[in-house]
Design a protein around this ligand. Structure first.
Ligand code: IDP
Ligand code: MG
Length: 172
């Protein structure tokens, strides 16, 4: 990564509970306090592969199977998440401060997770939003969720490839 982008990019996911509770506008308003720039945004139907890769650091935890169902929207009958990249000085720290602690009961009440999160009776933390935890994770996650041409700034080095017989939809 170029030195200019150090600590500047962060992946945000509005999780299925955030969407179901109609919190998108509210969350984006809270995040706008950071004065960071949104450089990518889209709705994603999360495959099992994507979910398991995203949360691979937790695969040995007892709550992992439920966590995968959660991020895929199976607990909320909403099979989608909103994925965004925020960009600017100290982006990870700023967004995590507004998101609050992982455990919504321990999160400051003024934070997004403290305001809107809850713990399920199964023990799973339903905490409305994902924010990358450090620079290395941010790079890994951004490359997992976005293609280079979906991001309006150059975050990481790219190469050009010519793909033959690549099937994709175009407008009729
Ligand atoms: P983070 O989302 O604050 O970075 P991680 O440790 O990466 O926290 O965990 C990912 C997600 O897994 C959390 O946001 C939460 O939904 C869930 N989670 C993490 N730790 C626990 C736990 O101890 N019990 C239940 N759910 C958890
Ligand atoms: Mg994390």
């Amino acid at each position: 990564m170029s030195q200019d982008n150090k600590n500047k990019a962060v992946l945000i996911l509005i999780k299925p509970d955030g969407l179901k509770k109609s919190l998108t506008g509210n969350i984006l308003t809270r995040l706008s306090e950071t004065k960071l720039e949104i450089v990518a945004a889209k709705m994603v139907r999360v495959s099992r592969e994507l979910a398991e890769e995203h949360y691979r650091h937790l695969r040995d935890k007892p709550f992992f199977p439920e966590l995968i169902k959660y991020i895929q929207g199976e607990l909320h009958n909403r099979r989608k998440v909103m994925a965004l990249i925020y960009w600017g000085e100290d982006a990870i720290r700023k967004c995590r401060a507004i998101a609050g602690s992982t455990n919504p009961e321990e999160a400051e009440p003024t934070t997004i997770r403290g305001s809107y999160g809850r713990i399920l009776t199964t023990g799973l933390y339903e905490n409305v939003i994902h924010v990358s935890s450090d620079e290395k994770e941010a790079e890994r996650e951004i490359k997992l969720w976005f293609r280079p041409d979906e991001i309006i700034v150059d975050l990481y080095p790219t190469k050009e490839v010519v793909e033959k017989e690549c099937k994709h939809k175009v407008w009729l």
